[in-house]
Design a protein around this ligand. Structure first.
Ligand code: ADP
Ligand code: ZN
Length: 733
């Protein structure tokens, strides 16, 4: 290696290229004509194919030099920066993921290899139209209103409310100019001083602390805790503003695509223009634009889902993780990573700040504050006159309900009172569909999924049964698949659709809306529906946990939790924490405007410690008690865990490997770790594959990943076997 600098490879010198192909090593190539930079995105030959890769260092050269092929070309993208390469390496080590898979995460934009593409745009021309029509006038008026701006054909026609042929006609006469311009254009600049709100004392103090933190341009993490509606978003937007002022880029992660719409509007109000977006609801062209502009520093703020963490930021100064406790930050297939934890890693390599915002932080983050690793900022009260709702339990043992109904008389009276005052009520039930179980009254059989050990859930809207594990659906049968009795199938238990039916019977004149993720084809439809409800479009909202996530319903004053005990069943170590978070989030929906709210929890165990903690509202006491229990048990965040899931089309094969692994656990014993299992996974069959679990527990400081890699490396995966290692598992299914 020689030439311009240690980071540049002259033509013909050996470079090591990491590709996106599942080969676990770096391949040697010759640098192409004109040379290439370290980190360059390149196209290289691999067998008969051309694949995407990144120049990872100089070549090793232990291979017959005459056989080494050349890099085909360098792609039109900013080279991957050193801190990004280190981030991918460290994230791979932490999650025990091959580097090629990490690189795939970091290059998930279509057409990266394409030449910079052009598109036709339209702007005001010098010519005069041969004749004027009302439609033509509209087009010219739009172009005049927007000064020098240009639009695509579709945009322009839509804005003018005319057909595209009208625009084309104007082009012919020269009144409108058609020209080619690059497709991937920079995002408009955000103005940090555009539209800040006047903050309360509490908020202003928080904003000041965060602004200073961002200005220091060093790593640090702050837990921003405050009840729903206390203005956390307002406060962290001030940190974003400061980040823009110092010329660095900011990233805001949101847990739910449905939330991005409302958030984008707030960004626009605060900074004058919309930010870049990165999530599954964004078109492929827009994704590529975002990826490229982030790399060139031409996107100042990205709002996105967890995978936005792998975008090639040029100068990242701040990452906000909103609703940091949300379980959707954990990716549960492919590369198993927790975006919240990876955020902290990425920020530490970029000298960037992290803000973790939540009304109900994860115990992990709470413990990191206790340990002094994170700073903490608390917003004590809700903004304006809104106060936290009164919370009470409804003891279901004392309520009389007709069979197959779930709304107790007490809750019913409370809803009735709201209807009379034209206020809204929310009935919360975290179960999609009509009924969780369909049972044959003749033989007692329950209808299950053919490919999974899960029951099929009736969805009456779709008129189908659906497996919530694999998504398979089938028409609702009229004959029992087991005993062939006719018309004896009956729904058991409630889902939101069935609850809506009960509510409609109980309140015949009420307008009822269901908010459940499966009922909306698109994020836009959902967003519009939410806006309609917020403006008073219904009296009773029936919702799953979708409603718990940060929507504003100003007219809502009553939350009724149909089954507060639901989350407490099951053996998940985070069951108590999750129930606590969910119940508080849901209760937080009520009483956001002037009217005070009330939350009623239907429970059969009002004396349960978690239910008491929720009602008592003494959060610190709840966290402390939960922390003490986890400490005593040596489980996260006070101990380390890893889940191993082995799967195969044959149950015996999966069990044999599980047993073999449990017997040969020397690498784990060396670090004092223990193996539990193998046991059938709680859902023992998914998509026709039998699943077996092992659980590894270690002390907090133990070098778990190294030991796991050694241990797993001892076994060969024969035939149909597959194995996945899940570090810090969140889900135990
Ligand atoms: P959180 O993120 O904690 O749930 P938000 O930032 O969304 O809280 O604030 C809740 C509502 O109150 C929002 O509609 C927000 O615009 C409004 N709000 C909060 N603080 C202020 C303020 N200082 N001035 C005006 N409106 C505010
Ligand atoms: Zn299934």
């Amino acid at each position: 290696m020689s030439g311009k600098s240690a980071e540049f490879f002259d033509e013909g010198s050996l470079v090591g290229v990491l590709t996106t192909q599942p080969l676990d090593r770096i391949l040697d190539y010759k640098a192409p004509e004109g040379g290439c930079w370290l980190g360059a995105f390149v196209e290289v030959p691999l067998g008969p194919r051309k694949v995407l890769g990144v120049v990872w260092g100089s070549g090793v050269g232990d291979y017959d030099r005459s056989k080494i092929r050349s890099v085909i070309r360098v792609l039109d993208a900013a080279p991957m920066r050193a801190e990004m390469r280190e981030f991918l390496g460290r994230a791979a080590d932490y999650t025990l993921t091959p580097m090629s898979a990490m690189l795939r995460l970091a290059t998930r934009a279509p057409g990266l290899g394409d030449a910079p593409s052009m598109r036709l745009v339209y702007r005001l021309g010098n010519g005069a139209p041969d004749r004027m029509t009302p439609a033509r006038e509209k087009v010219l008026a739009v172009l005049e209103d927007y000064g020098g701006l240009s639009f695509t054909l579709k945009e322009l026609a839509e804005m003018a409310g005319v057909g595209t042929s009208v625009v084309k006609g104007l082009v012919k006469s020269g009144a409108v100019r058609e020209e080619a311009s690059p497709r991937d254009t920079p995002y408009p600049r955000l103005d940090p001083d555009h539209g800040g709100k006047k903050l309360t004392t509490d908020q202003a103090r928080g904003a000041m602390v965060l602004r200073e933190a961002v200005r220091s341009q060093t790593y640090g993490t702050t837990l921003l805790k405050g009840v729903t509606g206390s203005g956390k978003t307002e406060v962290y937007l001030e940190a974003v503003a400061e980040c823009l002022r110092v010329g660095r880029q900011a990233l805001v992660l949101l847990p739910e695509i449905a939330l991005t719409g409302e958030f984008i509007d707030r960004v626009e109000a605060r900074f004058g223009v919309k930010p870049a977006e990165w999530h599954s609801g964004v078109t492929l062209t827009e994704r590529r634009r975002c990826w490229k502009m982030v790399g060139q520093g031409e996107a100042q703020l990205v709002v996105g889902a967890r995978s936005a963490l792998f975008l090639p930021f040029r100068n990242l100064g701040l990452i906000v993780v909103d609703e940091e406790h949300d379980t959707s930050y954990k990716q549960e297939d492919g590369v198993l990573y927790n975006a919240r934890d990876m955020t902290v890693l990425r920020a530490s390599l970029n000298a960037a700040k992290v803000v973790l915002a939540s009304a109900t932080p994860s115990l992990e983050s709470w413990a990191n504050v206790e340990a002094g690793k994170y700073a903490r900022l608390t917003l004590e009260s809700r903004f304006g006159p809104a106060v936290l709702p009164q919370m009470r339990a409804i003891d279901m043992r004392a309520e009389e309900l007709p069979s197959a109904t779930w709304i107790s008389p007490t809750l019913r009276r409370a809803v009735q009172a709201r209807i009379e005052k034209s206020e809204q009520s929310l009935l919360f039930l975290n179960r999609r569909g009509y009924a969780p179980v369909t049972l044959c009254r003749a033989c007692g059989a329950q209808i299950g999924c053919d490919d999974c050990d899960a029951r099929m859930v009736e969805h009456r809207f779709l008129k189908r049964l659906m497996c919530h594990q694999c998504g398979e659906t089938k028409p609702m049968p009229t004959v029992c698949p087991t005993c062939e009795a006719e018309d004896r199938l009956a729904p058991v238990g409630p889902g939101v659709e069935r609850l809506a039916e009960e509510a409609q019977t109980a309140f015949p004149d009420a307008r009822i809306a269901i908010l459940s993720s499966d009922l909306y084809g698109s994020g836009r439809a959902l967003k519009e529906h939410i806006a309609e409800i917020a403006e008073g479009g219904c009296d009773i909202i029936i919702g799953t946990q979708l409603v718990a996530k940060g929507h504003n319903f100003p007219l809502l004053t009553l939350v009724g939790v149909i089954d507060a005990d639901l989350g407490l069943q099951g053996s998940d170590l985070r069951a108590a924490e999750r129930t606590f978070q969910l119940m508080r989030q849901v209760a937080g929906r009520a009483g956001r405007a002037e009217a005070p709210g009330e939350a009623l929890l239907q429970t059969f165990q009002p004396e349960h410690s978690v239910i008491r903690a929720i009602l008592g509202g003494d959060e610190e006491a709840f966290w402390a008690a939960e922390a003490a229990e986890r400490k005593a048990a040596g489980v996260p965040p006070y101990g380390r865990m890893a889940g191993i899931v082995i799967s195969s089309t044959e149950a015996a094969q999966a069990f044999d490997l599980g047993n073999e692994m449990a017997r040969n656990d020397m690498p784990l014993r060396r670090i004092g770790a223990q193996v539990f299992g193998p046991a059938p996974a709680p859902i023992a069959r998914v998509r026709g594959r039998h699943r077996v679990r092992l659980l590894v527990k270690a002390e907090k400081g133990a070098p778990l990943q190294q030991a796991l890699a050694q241990w797993v490396g001892q076994f060969r995966l024969k035939g149909e076997l597959r194995l996945a290692v899940d570090i810090d598992p969140q889900s135990f299914l």
